[in-house]
Design a protein. Structure first.
Length: 397
């Protein structure tokens, strides 16, 4: 190994150690993903130990290994997930045990029994109904045949211990600090609002210069793509939050001390539309930066006015991020950033841009195309971000 390779390995180890230390500090500091991970890990260990005590010491079962094995893997991210996977895994274990024992009885040989049962069980493992638990059918068959315990009594013990482990694993997950994934929804919403403001800020900064290149427009498009990935993260978090609330009662949720005032799903749709409008805005600017296209770049004065409008919308995004984040801690104070830009300034900027659009249109459609599209996207963002504008849109006409 060269000195450079050794230095790279050392640096990688140092980064990993730093990440582990940071996660440990975060787990001690307060609630968060790191502490949730510690809690779930300890719960899985407790479930396995409890299953071993019940199976080996209290029941004296010779197949006590199965109970802690199953209990360990069934402390999942949600109670509903634990229950669903318990049914899938127990069914897979039953299938593996029965097929392996039957194959042993037919062939009378361990190798022949493996050759007969494993292809069928691996095909069964890919059945969608088993989810990710299908592989346990094949591993149970290998374990059954390797241990030589293929009698009817052994099969009964193994299946019974799997059921015992499943019950204990699900019970520990449901009764001891049940996992409730509501924090991730709020964190993703806050990040989406903040990053939307960053995209608008980057575009506003570029437009103030009056011209932008294809490389600049590509940077804006990449920022918009990151915003879309954050939106996907929000969708995933919302799905986890719905699942985590299934089969968990109110008193048990309260033990976890997770704020239950999760933002409504209408916020997801609202910020999803903001993401779409930001993407449309960056696409328009990318088209305008392409010298082979027909649309002409708007005049510098109009772009500076538009940049100021985007800055006001950026401030609103930041204020919304503060509002969404502040609700999680129960803070009653108003965010430092004004929650809503001054309406007179917005209206003045809007009027200036409409006047500029008329001036550009007088010189031909090519001059008005870009500014008209930009103004449309600004109107769309305005309607989503400003409460007064949204109320106006919903009012009967």
């Amino acid at each position: 190994m060269s000195v450079r390779d050794g230095t790279g390995v050392t640096e990688a180890v140092r980064r990993e150690a730093g990440a582990v230390a940071g996660a440990a500090r975060a787990a001690v500091a307060g609630p968060g993903r790191e502490r949730d991970l510690v809690v779930q890990s300890l719960k899985a260990a407790v479930a396995a130990l409890l299953a071993w005590l019940v199976a080996d010491h209290w029941l004296g079962d010779p197949m006590a290994l199965m109970a802690p094995w199953v209990a360990l893997v069934l402390v999942q991210a949600t109670v509903y997930g634990s229950l669903r996977q318990a049914a899938q895994q127990w069914t897979a274990i039953c299938a593996g045990t029965l097929l392996a024992s039957g194959a042993q009885a037919v062939t009378g040989d361990t190798l022949g029994a493996l050759a007969l049962s494993l292809p069928l069980l691996m095909l069964l493992a890919n059945w969608p109904r088993f989810g990710g638990q299908g592989i346990y059918a094949a591993t149970t068959a290998v374990f059954t045949l390797a241990s030589g315990a293929v009698s009817a009594s052994a099969v009964g013990h193994r299946v019974g211990q799997a059921a015992l482990g499943a019950v204990i694993g699900v019970a520990v997950n449901a009764l001891v600090l049940p996992p409730v994934h509501l924090r991730d929804v709020r964190e993703n919403l806050v990040a989406l609002a903040r990053e939307a403001g960053e995209v608008l800020d980057a575009v506003a900064g570029g437009l103030r210069e009056g011209e932008w290149t294809a490389a600049t427009a590509a940077d804006w498009s990449r920022a918009s793509a990151r915003l879309e990935r954050r939106r996907e993260g929000l969708r995933s978090a919302r799905g986890w939050s719905r699942e985590s609330l299934r089969l968990t009662s109110g008193p048990l949720r309260a033990l976890h001390r997770v704020p239950l005032d999760v933002p409504p799903e209408s916020e997801d749709g609202r910020w999803g539309r903001v993401t779409d409008h930001a993407a449309a805005l960056t696409r328009t600017l990318a088209v305008a930066a392409d010298g082979d296209r027909t649309p002409a770049t708007p005049e510098a004065a109009a772009l500076r006015t538009y940049a100021r409008l985007l800055e006001l919308l950026r401030d609103t995004c930041r204020a919304e991020a503060e509002r969404l984040g502040g609700a999680a801690t129960g803070r009653g104070e108003r965010p430092a950033v004004p929650a809503e830009p001054e309406e007179p300034e917005l209206e003045e900027l809007r009027q200036q841009l409409q006047d500029s659009l008329r001036d550009h249109a007088a010189r031909g459609a090519a001059h008005a195309a870009v500014l008209g599209t930009l103004l449309l996207q600004a109107e769309n963002l305005w309607a989503e971000l400003l409460p007064a504008a949204r109320e106006t849109d919903r009012s009967p006409r």
